[in-house]
Design a protein around this ligand. Structure first.
Ligand code: NAD
Ligand code: UD1
Length: 348
């Protein structure tokens, strides 16, 4: 019998790609999303891309903090596991509106965990972030590194990780995998689904993409005086389809009787500078990306990349794609959908 997976935030960037891989892998997916940062078009397109598996996706527009609605859903459907993406994720916004972030990310997660416990569904995969490594003293980052958070967004990730460790300590019936994503980029190779941030993008590649399609005049490069190969910040960019596959590997691992509450990095283990990433995108798109040099962005680390050993060893998962494929697929999505799922009028 096909397993039924509840995917919170499944209309979003990483969620939509993961839901597609779930459907293609023979799972049934039930998506709950309030569409705060996503479009129902993403759900429709995932259904289309999934072909004959499309009908195995159902969607509920719902806020996780609406506990009675969540209870109703759990009462009507038996879930084998939950993948929990839903949350707000813009670092700058979290500094300006901390209560909004604590309210959404923490209250939403607590409501979800309470309803899961009440209905005896105790298998969870949670979207954590490499942001919990702060400015790491050395690289690659292993899962045992000390944790810190430099902003309210990061603190919500740290607190949720701790909540998960606590509920597992209190009840070993819980099976929880915390996935620390490095920098997800790219899009499905079809160019039919991809990232569609609202407003001015905070992250590097969505910004580069909007410069390439003429929506922004130039990329601001935050700092060229880091102790790196070319002075710009170094990150571990990972293709979103690889990341999505990492969730399927995590779901499989939840069936391992020895699993408790475990954490895994999802990255490639390779560091790429801002200038290298821009060059790869220029090659993939044939577009020149004008750049303006600026000072460092507050809170930015110098070099962050993952140790991938634990995920390879225990999840039997590793990233397949490099930055050339990431940029090709990002450009394919961008050129086919210069305004994402919206229109020039709806864009900021
Ligand atoms: P996204 O904004 O595209 O997706 C998140 C989805 O959650 C959105 O569709 C949004 O509408 C929904 N949502 C938010 N609050 C909700 C609520 N209270 N109830 C119901 N739905 C709600 O973001 P993404 O990039 O796909 O990220 C998914 C998860 O991964 C997030 O938890 C994010 O913090 C984490 N993460 C993302 C990155 C990244 O760079 N994209 C890196 C590390 C971790
Ligand atoms: C940022 C967040 C982090 C979050 C991650 C993924 C901050 C301080 N950190 O990390 O919490 O988990 O996104 O969502 O916001 N860059 C530019 N110009 C730009 C944008 C970025 O030069 O317009 C540079 C940055 O300085 C950095 C690199 O590009 O060196 C990557 O930036 P970004 O995509 O924002 O990711 P992170 O900094 O890793």
């Amino acid at each position: 019998m096909a397993q039924t997976i509840l995917v919170t935030g499944g209309a979003g960037y990483i969620g939509s790609h993961t839901v597609l891989q779930l459907l293609l892998g023979g799972y049934k997916a039930v998506v709950v999303d309030n569409l705060d940062n996503s479009s129902p078009i993403a759900i429709k397109r995932v259904q289309e891309l999934a072909g004959k598996h499309g009908p195995n996706l159902t969607f509920h527009q719902m806020d996780l903090r609406d506990k009675p609605a969540l209870e109703k859903l759990f009462a009507s459907t038996k879930f084998d596991a939950v993948i929990h993406f839903a949350g707000l994720k813009a670092v700058g916004e979290s500094v300006a509106k901390p209560l909004m972030y604590y309210n959404n990310n923490l209250i939403g997660t607590i409501a979800l965990l309470e309803v899961m416990a009440a209905y005896g569904c105790k298998k969870l995969v949670f979207s954590s972030s490499a942001t919990v490594y702060g400015w790491p003293k050395e690289v690659p980052c292993t899962e045992e590194f000390p944790l810190s958070a430099a902003n309210p967004y990061g603190r919500t990730k740290l607190v949720i990780e701790e909540i998960c460790r606590d509920i597992h300590r209190a009840d070993s019936g819980w099976k929880i995998i915390l996935l620390r994503y490095f920098n997800p980029v790219g899009a499905h190779p079809s160019g039919y689904i991809g990232e569609d941030p609202r407003g001015i993008p905070n992250n590097l590649m969505p910004f580069v993409q909007q410069v390439a399609v003429g929506r922004r005049p130039a990329l601001t490069v935050y700092g060229n005086d880091y102790a790196t190969k070319d002075g710009t910040g170094v990150r571990d960019y990972i293709h979103v389809v690889d990341l999505a596959d990492g969730h399927i590997a995590a779901l499989c691992k939840l069936s391992d009787p020895s699993i408790g509450c475990e954490v895994y990095n999802l990255g490639t283990g390779k560091g790429t500078s801002v200038l290298e990433m821009v060059a790869a995108f220029e090659k993939a798109s044939g577009k020149k990306i004008p750049m303006v040099l600026a000072g460092r962005r507050p809170g930015d680390a110098e070099v962050v990349y993952a140790s991938t050993d634990k995920a390879k060893r225990e999840l039997k998962w590793k990233a397949k794609y490099g930055i050339d494929e990431m940029c090709l697929d990002q450009w394919n999505w961008a050129s086919k959908n210069p305004y994402g799922y919206g229109s020039p009028e709806s864009a900021a």
